[in-house]
Design a binder for this molecule. Sequence first.
Ligand code: MN
Length: 518
Amino acid sequence: MDASQSDRVIIFDTTLRDAEQTPGAKLSVREKMEIAHQLARLRVDVIEAGFPISSNEDFEAVRRIAHEVEGPIVCGLSRALPQDVDRAGEALKSAPKPRIHTFIGTSPQHIAMVGKPPEQVLKMAVAAVERARSFCEDVEFSPMDAARTDLAYLYEVIEAAIQAGATTVNIPDTVGYAVPEQFGGLIRNILEHVPNVGGAVLSVHCHDDLGMAVINTLAALKSGARQAECTINGLGERAGNAALEEIVMALRTRQDYFGLRTQVETRQICTTSRLVSRLMGIVVAPNKAIVGANAFAHSSGIHQDGVLKDRENFEIIDPRDVGLEKTQIVLTARSGRHALRHRLEELGYHLSKEELDKAYQRFLEIADKKKEIFDEDLAAIVSDELHEAPQKYHLEYLHTSSGTGTIPTSTIKLRIDGERVVQEAAWGDGPIDATYNAIVKAVGTPVQLEDYASRSVTRGQDAVGEVTVKLSGNGHTAIGRGASTDLIEAGARAFIDGLNRLAVQERMKKEMGPGAGV
Ligand code: MN
């Protein structure tokens, strides 16, 4: 049966590939594994886990996710070049459900960049698909920048790719240029004019440069596309990709209009959103649809009254359907290791024994300072403790003093590369400024603090505070995070985390391959 006749939409998540290309959002392999496990619980159909030839870390992430994460198809991206396809094939070798996704630019702009005539580009596409098929049955092809590609040529490329063995053909709006009616029309045209189109699933990949990624995706699905490429929280290059949670909930809430379904476990949406936000260090806007903090908050008195009387008066989605429950007091200082592990698993964290030991120590320290530990506290502690930017710099000691009529000062002790201990003191406009100045003095390399944000993770005076900083130095940008009941300590941890991430990027600069993608 022609795929476009089915009512089942395939959800292809590219958070770990497209969104990971966001400046400063680089994830460690360990962090990617956490997100991939959570995407499996969310029941996405396909996880695009990375771009294996781009770096050894990406290769390793794709390889491990493909082997260890059960459920979804795991996909690796490659340009339409033999060495790229081979590297993706190698990363996915012997994986239970592998997919290779190969792409080449087909718009006049992108063909000019490749520097080859259109016939040659088509040949490269065919050769890449054939080569990918020699590694696995499941092969996706993307004519990059399809939305700006000459139609007759686009049909020709799609037909050739399907003939060569592509089982999914993705139509990317790489630069976010499409508008809904036109993009839907493009999908209908492809379905009408490409003779063998029934042999593959038609997919779309939309960017949000004009704020239309989700609506373009929905227009394409309405017109017969059956795979949506999207990311959690709509993260992605530049203005981002189409938001998974918005597509899924629009299809579900307006089933009457779209007549389409996904297999996504929607009650995992909020957990996934928070995990991705925390690990990538990118805060979700409060007014963001579905997952923003205010998405289900009713401030007007009339609305509050209406919601109390009948939820459906003012809410088209039951918050419980996206996994939004009232925050519960879950643990106290008397809770055991087992209770901690159980709750963490419910929050999406799967820890090894050593990691659990570390997290439990940290939990006890926090539980000592505050009586009730909320889910958000736990998530902050665990992600702060466990992300593994290799620790070039480690905080050994911190003392600050400040007050009215005194000059805020800070003394810090850092261990560098596990050996050298450096101690410095500095003053500043406030205790956090003083602490940063002391750290910069100790580290001895120029680094700019681009952005600083702190928030209280839970309510109450003893809440855990979380600090996120954006640092830049030597052409790199990194986001650092730290959490503590002491906001100054959280700030110091965030700053040192950012420095460790900058150090990783500096080290990886030498081994970096191509950075961009579809
Ligand atoms: Mn993209």
